[in-house]
Unconditional design. Structure first.
Length: 457
């Protein structure tokens, strides 16, 4: 995409960005990248956009590309297509994380375009493996500076002024159909089936097929109404720094992810894998003890370092030689319902490399597959009854300027066809105990289960 003119206008600052987004929440291709402010300690930037100039939707071997000239189809690699439509880029405004570009999701199953994986699990959802819009304007909210602005490219002056006016005031939310959950969430793995899958993984580990395999169960409920209303409730009970709401024509995505997958800022690369979890407790002393237990857990540290090594190797493919470092190992970060063990891996993007080259070569994130990655994904395909879809894929932005920030799509609900689904799981290693791992999946699912209970008819 060729950019001739960059545009910028300051906007009034509103602390609750969801109130600003509500006016466009029901429009197709509206996106809200939500930092969880003020309830998330890491919350700073929120991004709001709609009306993309180009959309790219990948299903199977083809991608449908829609722009002002009509609809085209391509069998090109989806990552390469997004890179091509972003164009050559330009010098970014360093004070703004997103200067226009791509926003959307890359599902876990998009990896089938990259690797020759078996096809065993059911594809019950039948939704796109990738859905990305190319946005020529966006509203950026900076909660640290308490400033907001409208950024854009090549927008007609009258249209630009209309956007400035629209996002300078809060308006009443449009009347939306009440969101209702019609049944208790049903898992695709009862405890016996989970135990069988767990035992099979332990056998694979013993045989040396893998060192760690992530096993997840899916929960599903019938529902009706507008999913945006569910997301507004979700961000109150489980705010997280890498949250998002995507309203796409075929699917709505409600993410409250605590995990950064890949960030690129001015060529600096960062990934923050999570491995290790303890539930939050209501009593302060007991909750602080959970932090101590997690930080000292040899099992969780061993799991974490396996994934750190995997991600060091992954990002090294696109980073300058010798630039990959681990500045922070085994830090405990606390969220609304759980404590997590988080490490930070950094590097410097090599000359001639693009953020999408990095995303492609690291996809999907190693923290939600296991190690080694491909063999672990083959085992996941064998043992999980249903394809993961958007779960464990990635949601975020890739800017015209080459900057990028993406999450790991965990703690994420997917809404389509009067159904809402989410997954929860964890890494299995040699010294894992089935009862503990099964319970951990429910600890991670707790906020999402409570959310659906809140809307149960």
């Amino acid at each position: 995409m060729t950019i001739e003119k960059q545009q910028f206008s300051p906007l009034p600052y509103f602390e609750d960005s969801s109130l600003l987004f509500s006016a466009i929440a029901d429009k197709p291709w509206s996106v809200f990248l939500d930092s969880g402010f003020p309830n998330s300690a890491q919350g700073r930037y929120d991004i709001i956009a709609t009306d993309p100039v180009i959309t790219l939707v990948t299903k199977g071997s083809g991608t449908k590309i829609t722009d002002a000239t009509g609809i085209n189809n391509s069998d090109e690699d989806p990552f390469i297509l997004v890179k091509q439509y972003l164009g050559a880029g330009f010098k970014s405004n360093k004070d703004i994380p997103f200067n226009g570009g791509a926003i959307g999701y890359f599902s876990y199953d998009l990896a089938r375009r990259l690797e020759n994986l078996p096809e065993i699990a059911k594809d019950a959802e039948n939704i796109a493996e990738m859905a990305v819009g190319i946005y020529s304007w966006a509203v950026i909210i900076d909660h640290l500076k308490k400033e907001s602005c409208l950024i854009g490219h090549d927008i007609e002056p009258s249209n630009w002024q209309a956007l400035v006016k629209q996002f300078s005031v809060l308006v009443a939310e449009p009347q939306l159909e009440a969101f209702t959950v019609l049944e208790k969430p049903i898992s695709n793995m009862d405890k016996n089936r989970y135990a069988q899958a767990f035992d099979k993984i332990k056998a694979y580990l013993k045989e040396g097929d893998s060192y760690q395999v992530n096993l997840a169960q899916r929960f599903c409920s019938a529902c009706s109404g507008n999913a945006w209303l569910a997301y507004k409730a979700l961000r109150k009970i489980n705010s997280a720094p890498f949250s998002a709401y995507l309203n796409f024509p075929e699917v709505q995505v409600l993410s409250s992810s605590p995990e950064r997958f890949l960030k690129v800022s001015e060529g600096e690369v960062e990934t923050k894998p999570i491995k290790g979890t303890r539930p939050r407790l209501s009593e302060d002393a007991e909750d602080k003890n959970q932090i101590t237990v997690l930080s000292e857990s040899k099992k969780d540290r061993a799991e974490n370092v396996m994934i750190v090594d995997l991600l060091r190797n992954d990002i090294s493919k696109n980073c300058k030689e010798g630039s990959v470092k681990v500045p922070k190992l085994f830090a405990v970060e606390s969220f609304a319902t759980v404590h997590h063990l988080v490490s930070t891996v950094k590097g410097v993007l090599a000359d001639g490399q693009h953020a999408l080259d990095l995303l492609r070569n690291c996809f999907p994130g190693g923290s939600i597959t296991g190690a080694p990655k491909i063999r672990s994904m083959e085992i996941i395909e064998e043992l999980e009854p249903d394809r993961r879809g958007i779960y464990c894929g990635s949601i975020g932005y890739i800017g015209f300027d080459g900057n990028m920030d993406t999450n790991i799509a965990i703690r994420t609900l997917v809404h389509s066809d009067n159904s809402i689904r989410f997954w929860a799981g964890g890494g299995i290693v040699n010294d894992s105990v089935m009862e503990d791992e099964y319970q951990e999946s429910f600890d991670k699912a707790d906020a999402l289960l409570r959310l659906l209970e809140q809307f149960k008819k």
